[in-house]
Write a protein that binds this ligand. Sequence first.
Ligand code: C2E
Ligand code: MG
Ligand code: MG
Length: 453
Amino acid sequence: MAHASWDESHSRRVHAMTRLEAILLMGFGGLWCVALLMVDRPLLAGINLALAIFGACLLVLLRRGRLRLATILAVHVAPFAMASCLFDNPPLGVPKATVLFFLPIAAGSYFAFRRDNLYLRIVLPALYLLAFIAFSLLPLAISDPALIVPAEAAHVAAWVNTVSALAALVFTLGLMHADLTDRRGWEYDLGRAIARGEFRLAYQPQVDRIGRLVGAEALLRWHSPRRGNVPPGQFIPLAEETGQIVAIGDWVLRAACAQLARWNTQPATAHLTLSVNISVAQFLQPDFVPNVTDIVTRSGCDVSHLKLELTESMLVENMPDMAERMQALCDIGLVWALDDLGAGYSSLQALGQFPFAQIKLDQSFVRGLPADESSLRIVEAMISLADTLSLTSVAEGVETEEQFRCLMEAGCEAFQGYLFGRPMDIDSFDALIAPAPDAMAGSADGGGTPHER
Ligand code: C2E
Ligand code: MG
Ligand code: MG
């Protein structure tokens, strides 16, 4: 069985951190509420009760599996934290301690949202640090004796708050350290996977409207001796973040071109096309165009049968010379396909600005067919848009006969999905072309046979 991915481990740590915050808020909020009621400070008791309720809500959300929402709420505890700081006006000789809670919240926010938008990752932690400085150094406190913590409680509060804030900070830093160590381990293994021959390509069949095999998509597989079979969804995002995707992508392209060149030489396979996924980081390399040209030329494959897939999210990035780069590779005969169309937020207008020859409808729409009316309308609109722009359309994730029929009626031209075959090793794929009596069964991810209709 595969080990937990780095992302899963990270989520577990964020969960632990948010749970600790929820428990601290509930525990201390509840206790202080009672204590402050006893010394006749109802407003302060109310603030602490609100904190305890907030903590309880976080726990409920965590129990219901709403980790992201719980964590976003947890790092927006600012109004309560500010209010607590304003009323934290201890007598001379007793330090202000509530302010210390800004530190674990700042560190936690940065840690939990390391891949998120600028606001959650940078702005929010920075605001907490500024609040820490402001409340530590400026006389930002309410001095009305009726509203501040009484002197006898202030001593206890200073101890409790200092110890628990620093414990929370140490806990958060410990999680961050464990996360970093984990990530280094993944990076290390990934960095050696090419040299150790741990990658291989799986081939998923693509068929035309009458079920004939017309090509395949090359999908990367990593078998790590330490971690087992790691799906691309787990290691490709990390490889993209670390830049390792450039070397991995080169390996994929070389292996795919070598396979295409082999198919080109056999009459039974000479017509097959091969699609290869390209990451943003790869595409952004300054030498992307000459590098691809070099790999393709050296392999000796028929370049017109090679399709490079870019995902829709790349259109949103609005790269200045994207169309020029794509055109340069079209000029050597290569074909571009737009993967996962409909999954992102690109304006479909943008499609016409780039030299795509094919669109791939995202699985999420195909999944809803034929029952889901809105998926059907979207699929029909995308296919008709492809027609208008003279692009071919491929549907991904076709699993049932009903979906296939529905997509045919909508005018889709090619199909890929478990109905026609799972991603499989090259021997199983070759067996689809020249089926031997005993060669139909085995495959890497499950196997399957394109339908002849
Ligand atoms: P993708 O390019 O959209 O590939 C299609 C994914 O859908 C594949 O997942 C495939 O196994 C899966 N799939 C195909 N038919 C069906 C079906 O009928 N039902 C369901 N539920 N799934 C189906 P896989 O192999 O896990 O790859 C996931 C993603 O990882 C790919 O999505 C692609 O974005 C990325 N990827 C895979 N190989 C490479 C690679 O060599 N380079 C880069 N940059 N990305 C890759
Ligand atoms: Mg793809
Ligand atoms: Mg796709």
